[in-house]
Design a protein. Sequence first.
Length: 142
Amino acid sequence: MTTWLNEYLGFQGMHDPFPEDVSVVEALDLKDGWNDPEVVYQKAKRIIGKIQRKKTVVIFCHAGLSRSPGMAALVLAFIHKTSYEKMANFVKDIAPQVNISLDFARSCKEALRLLEARLTKKCGCGTPIEEWEKVCEYCWFK
């Protein structure tokens, strides 16, 4: 079952049926522990781009208890310009069964620092992009 955090972002396990008309992002390639923050950054950047383009996003991992809620907390922290801890607590308040591993949380905190440092410019569509980028990946492929 999808746990909705707001009107545009939810998370779930891989065995639950996916809602219709959503953009699905998998977190199965991430480890439930320490991950290279660059890898987490790239995944979060894609999710943020989808949300900016008014897509409803569901993030999924194996059980929907650590990686997908951890990624959701990261995306919300960037969008709302707040701390990872605050958004992880917000996620846990909505879904008490969530148990984001400490190492995965550390990876997400590092990725949040990368997002804040790098996504300093906006594409014409409003999607955050890096200083060297002319347009976001979605506008690039139009």
